[in-house]
Design a protein around this ligand. Structure first.
Ligand code: FEO
Ligand code: CA
Ligand code: CA
Ligand code: CA
Length: 741
């Protein structure tokens, strides 16, 4: 089973490496010149000793450096999804959870972890429960929990509307990222082989299996109410809010790309609609109370045949830059392959075939591919609303979307990562200025803030400074003279945002996953999960921001364990175009001394950080999606109390690369809180506003975790964590008594 899951994980992780540019090389040349003189100055003019001196971190009592409470501006408090006391513990006092490879999950002592809402759970009354023989119809999954639960958010609800402070009742909204085909169909992963068929159709799948898989992707909205005993929540089975949005739900293209020639298809020759949202990975909340889902590895559900001669040079380059060169039969999904005589039914499947076969784009699905890869906004409080693909935020393999604390009269800023090896970090700055009056404004507020604004891409200089380059046609080399892909209009810049990032000289990162903004300091944190090519392949050389490359078992493995980078925007202004960065934490097994740069111990060592979430009190929760350290421990959730950018020192990695690192880990400031069952990834995280319930998700568990009683099919599910005494999560860490050993 573990092997099977590993294969599935690999199929899901079709992490691309389609970035052909040498941006880091270019950066390295320029920045090395600046390096010697400025790395020691850190941009502040202080001496190295003063700048990198051992600043106290947690519980610092210096008023100027006080980071014991989140920065809360009274006039914007309404947008903070919290009803409790906004104070951060000074040290973590729960007993760290040990490494584990058990079939079961483990949570810190004093806490209770319960599995809820597993794959197949009916979301309306009258539908039979999931059966271990997987006999449920494909169509029934339009009303069941989907597979591989991922990013999520708990929306407080009061009087049928969003209430950021509401904890009695809420809508739990979550992503279903992909499917474990073998464990979903009654037939397993069933493929019909025909070597005489056309190249894209030599391996065909069953229509019912495809339909089930399409329906098991997307988003679930589930109404939850507090249990009668006051501990945790239960689903409201007959709620009018319960619904599924799947990879076949009609969705709107909104913003600058809507109506563009690049998104016109046979389904909508006007280019305003598409069918489905796909591979929804990390998630985010908007400050006005809607759900921001993401489209990550959408590449995997498309096939492309021989059609380069039918397409422009730009269109060909754009497809290749997103991992879809000519003659790509697609991954194991093969959603385009079921055969049907009825044209309507055939269209349901052929839309996943992006080959240009018609006379023009409105006669085929060559542009179907361009209608995926967006931050998509959903209003969970309006069950009849259409998901809005917010094209102004760029098209790439979106991981999550995190907003910076909002301020009245200032733009709203969102941070985003593109999870593929050597891809970029982005931010979006709205044109409209924030107003608290928009809280609860649903998709209309989304139209206001997300359809017009500026997309930027990040450059991390070697000296610890950084720059944001605007991805605006006519600026930063994004014009008709750009050699790889001429940019004639803004829709091209956004659809081919990766190519725009190339032209702007963005820094190639080690797979940017989740982003979260510290409510304590305003610093922005991004997990860089790992990158086996860093320092191994010529197009991904070392850089200060991606400074590790090492061997594992005698084999060059690049950055095998990942790291977490962070930055502070200049002047604390999230709309600024420059910043200062360092590396908050390096993942590593604690006994891998040459790479354990953050001085992790057995109670907090981790590998491949992925999920990341600052709760409103300023506690940073870190989740892992690992394959490197899993012989020792399964994936996990840790709690951390980070300091701030530049609270550490400079280092030289084992690969000889100089960089900047934050203060070391200790058992007070980072601890393992939970370990998942063997074979799983721990991902997705949200808290009820009263801080008494923490929700996380378990993807693709091994063995029989999540199976029905007596069954053998493991299932992805949500885990609900409460404190046994009913207090807030981490209550023990606020107590003044001595911490346990
Ligand atoms: Fe879906 Fe990058 O994790
Ligand atoms: Ca992830
Ligand atoms: Ca991952
Ligand atoms: Ca995964």
């Amino acid at each position: 089973m573990t092997l099977l899951n590993k294969e599935l994980e690999l199929a899901h992780e079709i992490v691309e490496d389609s970035n052909p540019t040498n941006n880091t090389d270019f950066q390295t040349v320029i920045n090395r010149r600046l390096n010697r003189r400025s790395i020691l100055k850190g941009g502040t003019g202080l001496t190295a000793a003063a700048f990198f001196g051992a600043l106290p971190l947690v519980g610092c009592s210096d008023d100027d450096d006080n980071i014991s409470s989140p920065i809360v501006e009274d006039d914007n408090d309404a947008a903070i999804p919290a009803q409790g006391d906004l104070k951060r513990p000074e040290t973590l006092k729960f007993k760290a959870v040990a490494h584990s490879t058990a079939e079961t999950m483990t949570v810190a002592e004093g806490y209770k972890a319960e599995m809820i809402l597993p794959l197949g759970t009916p979301l309306m009354p009258g539908l039979a429960d999931w059966k271990d023989n997987r006999e449920q119809s494909a169509e029934s999954f339009e009303w069941r929990m989907g597979d591989n639960h991922d990013g999520m958010w708990f929306f407080g609800k009061k009087d049928n509307a969003y209430d950021a402070k509401g904890s009695e009742n809420g809508l739990l909204v979550m992503n279903h990222e992909y499917v474990n085909s073998e464990e979903l169909s009654p037939f397993g992963y069933y493929v019909i082989e025909d070597k005489d068929a056309a190249p894209l159709f030599q391996r065909r799948r069953l229509a019912s299996d495809i339909r089930r898989e399409v329906n098991c992707h997307g988003v679930a909205v589930v109404e939850m109410k507090r249990r009668a005993n006051g501990m945790g929540y239960e689903m409201v089975p007959n709620s009018k809010y319960n619904r599924r949005i799947t990879s076949s739900t009609t969705s709107q293209l909104a913003g600058p790309v809507a109506g563009s020639d690049l998104v016109k298809t046979k389904f909508d020759p006007t280019g305003f609609q598409t069918r489905g949202i796909n591979n929804n990975c990390g998630a985010g909340l908007s400050p006005w109370g809607t759900y921001l889902t993401t489209e990550e590895n959408f590449l995997g559900v498309f096939a492309r045949g021989q059609d380069a001669s039918q397409l422009s040079a730009s269109d060909n380059y754009g497809r290749e830059r997103y991992g879809a060169p000519e003659n790509s039969p697609g991954s194991r999904y093969l959603w385009h392959t079921p055969d049907a005589k009825d044209a309507t039914i055939m269209d349901e499947f052929s839309r996943w075939d992006m080959t240009a076969v018609g006379a023009n784009a409105t006669e085929d699905y060559r542009n179907g591919f361009n209608t995926f890869g967006y931050i998509t906004e959903i209003d969970p409080f309006d069950q009849n609303s259409t998901p809005q693909k917010r094209t102004a935020m760029g098209r790439f393999a979106h991981e999550n979307c995190a907003y910076a604390p909002v301020k009245q009269g200032k733009p709203v800023v969102f941070y985003m990562g593109d999870d593929a090896r050597g891809e970029y970090i982005y931010k979006f700055v709205s044109k409209a200025m924030w107003s608290n009056a928009d809280i609860g404004g649903g998709l209309k507020a989304g139209d206001k803030y997300l359809n017009d604004g500026t997309l930027y891409v990040a450059i991390f200089n070697e000296d610890g400074s950084g720059e944001w380059k605007a991805l605006v046609q006519g600026q930063n080399g994004l014009d008709a003279f750009n050699s790889a892909l001429p940019f004639n209009s803004q829709d091209e810049v956004l659809v081919y945002a990766r190519a725009a990032g190339d032209a702007a000289g963005a820094t190639k990162m080690d797979r940017p996953e989740w982003v979260s903004v510290s409510p304590m300091t305003g610093d922005v944190y991004v997990t860089l999960t790992n990158n086996k090519y860093r320092g191994v392949r010529d197009d991904q050389p070392l850089s200060a921001a991606n400074p590790r490359s090492y061997q594992v078992n005698g084999k060059p493995s690049g950055n095998d364990n990942g790291h977490i980078i962070r930055w502070a925007e200049t002047g604390g202004d999230h709309a600024a175009t420059s910043f200062e960065w360092d590396i908050y934490l390096f993942g590593a097994p604690s006994d891998l001394s040459a790479e354990n740069l953050s001085q992790l111990s057995a109670s907090n060592d981790l590998s491949s950080p992925d999920g990341l979430y600052f709760d409103p009190r300023g506690v940073l929760w870190i989740q892992t999606d690992d394959g490197a350290y899993t012989d020792t421990t399964s994936c996990m959730l840790l709690a951390a109390l980070p300091g701030k950018v530049s609270d550490g020192t400079t280092i030289t990695t084992s690969a000889g690369q100089q960089s900047r690192i934050g203060m070391p880990a200790s058992n007070d400031n980072i601890k393992r809180f939970f370990v998942g069952p063997e074979g799983c990834e721990v991902t997705g995280i949200t808290m009820a506003p009263d801080f008494k319930t923490l929700f996380i998700n378990i993807q693709h568990p091994g063995n029989t975790w999540g199976a029905v009683a007596g069954g053998s099919t493991p299932r992805s599910a949500t885990v609900m964590i409460t404190k046994e005494d009913g207090d807030v999560i981490l209550a023990e860490s606020f107590e003044s008594a001595a911490s346990p050993a």
